[in-house]
Write a protein that binds this ligand. Structure first.
Ligand SMILES: Nc1ncnc2c1ncn2[C@@H]1O[C@H](COP(=O)(O)OP(=O)(O)OP(=O)(O)O)[C@@H](O)[C@H]1O
Length: 447
């Protein structure tokens, strides 16, 4: 959720009707949405039902102590920026309030300009922190663009650009590492939602309980450890896009709530009965066969139909021969720059190997191979030996006790188990680790 430009949501808390009226007029003139409350009780109930970006709080609220109201606000809406309004004679309590988490204070009487300036300043901070929250977890090297010269991929990109403009939910299918996440972000970027956030959730990394609170947020005390209320990713993605990565691992027990959200755009935070609304476009991706999962009872058919209004099937890299060398060149250029290395290109033999290889790990594997090569290549030309690709393709399986690092052995073992398993869950069971750990290791090791 973002407070954009003059569209911030402001709460005014004061027990003097005249002050509420003057402040309200002044701030509404600026285009802000203003809501007022004249008591602690009214404030608490408003915060339960509505989301505000900032608040002007009078510390003297009749018999009630504004500091208590502030403490309650910090719990119910920790994201909200609070500006204390105080009389000059009570400046000490403003200092206490700043220590208790208020963002700023204004001394009464204050001019309209001071009020407007204080609002603009806090809303800007709120907007920046909302943006930062959305970017967290998405911190990665910028993509070099996902254009392609391979006919299969070009057709997919054309469809993707067309449907990006609509609000249709899109299901992106493809083997691991084919660029599903990259395509999802590109679709968001081509859509009318581009100025709002594209929020990603990695489904396998969360249990059903954590996923519910991550998606929809929770109220304080909803479960052990929930010491503060949170807004949830759905709220963060309001007006933008929610990308559910590895949707095949979305907990079955939570699927009805996701379905309801997709159908009605309505949801509740964990531990909070208030129904909320968010305008979110859903993109989902998986490398699993969802139709098969439906048959096995692991995925809801009605949810699948909601998600796959449009399906985009990304081809594996081995079927994008026209792109292998372009991508390899781009990755090399990027990594030699990042690591300040001398390589400028590939030897003939290396180029041939890149084209001949089957790339089971797709673009992610290509990226990792080139990253490593760019580091170990001492001269201008990356040779076959620097690519280190022969091990996984030949039968020379690494031997326990051979001259190998633990990581190389682990990578080879996990790759072999994955190749022999029908599902990720089965591979995780064989390896004796849980599916989310395997998911992370795959990414980390470039498998
Ligand atoms: N067209 C592209 N240009 C440059 N890099 C790309 C491109 N497509 C994908 N990548 C890179 O390849 C890696 C894998 O991409 P991504 O995570 O999008 O794949 P994925 O299909 O979602 O994988 P998984 O199914 O394992 O989640 C990432 O490092 C990504 O930045």
């Amino acid at each position: 959720m973002e407070a954009t430009g003059q569209s911030g949501r402001i709460l005014l808390v004061d027990d003097e009707a005249a002050i509420l009226r003057t402040f309200r007029y002044c701030l509404e003139d600026e285009g802000y949405q203003v809501t007022t409350a004249n008591s602690a009780l009214q404030t608490e109930s408003l915060l339960q039902r509505q989301v505000f970006d900032m608040c002007f709080l009078d510390l003297r609220l009749g018999d009630e102590n504004g500091l208590d109201v502030l403490a309650q606000m910090r719990i119910q809406a920790p994201w909200m920026r609070v500006v204390i309004v105080t009389a000059h004679s009570a400046i000490d309590s403003a200092v206490d309030a700043m220590q208790a988490g208020a963002a700023d204070y204004l001394v009464k009487p204050c001019s309209p300009d001071q009020l407007r300036l204080a609002a603009a300043k806090q809303l800007e901070v709120r907007q920046l922190s909302a943006r930062l929250e959305a970017l967290e977890g998405e911190v990665r090297k910028p993509s070099d663009g996902i254009d392609s010269h391979s006919p299969a991929m070009m057709a997919i990109l054309e469809t993707a650009r067309q449907v990006a403009a609509t609000d249709a939910n899109i299901l992106i299918l493809g083997e691991s590492g084919t660029g599903k996440g990259e395509l999802a972000r590109a679709i968001h970027g081509w859509s009318r939602r581009a100025k709002k956030s594209c929020v990603t959730i990695n489904c396998p990394s969360l249990t059903a309980e954590l996923m519910e609170s991550e998606l929809f947020g929770h109220s304080r005390g909803a479960f052990t450890g929930a010491s503060e209320s949170t807004l949830g990713r759905v709220n963060q993605a309001d007006g933008g896009t929610l990308f559910l990565d590895e949707i095949g691992d979305f907990p079955l027990t939570l699927q009805p709530k996701l379905l309801r959200f997709i159908q009605d755009k309505e949801y509740e935070r964990v531990g909070d009965p208030v129904t909320r609304h968010a305008d979110v476009r859903i993109l989902a991706a998986t490398n699993r066969d969802l139709a098969e999962m439906v048959k096995e009872g692991h995925f809801r058919e009605d949810l699948l139909y909601r998600l796959n209004v449009i399906t985009l099937n990304l081809p594996p890299l081995r079927e994008r021969a026209d792109d292998i060398l372009t991508l390899a060149d781009r990755f090399l250029a990027r990594f030699v720059k990042d690591y300040a290395r001398p390589a400028r290109g590939f030897s003939e033999e290396a180029l041939k190997a890149l084209l001949d290889y089957q790339w089971p790990g797709n673009i992610r594997e290509l990226r990792n191979v080139i990253e490593r090569a760019s580091i170990i290549c001492p001269g201008e030309w990356v040779e076959l030996a620097h690519l280190g690709m022969s091990a996984p393709t030949t039968n020379s399986a690494p031997r326990v006790g051979a001259d190998l690092s633990l990581e190389e052995l682990e990578k080879a073992h996990i790759a072999a188990v994955l190749a022999n398993s029908e599902t990720l869950d089965q591979a995780a069971r064989t390896l004796g680790i849980d599916a989310s750990t395997l998911y992370r290791k795959r990414k980390q090791l470039g498998l």
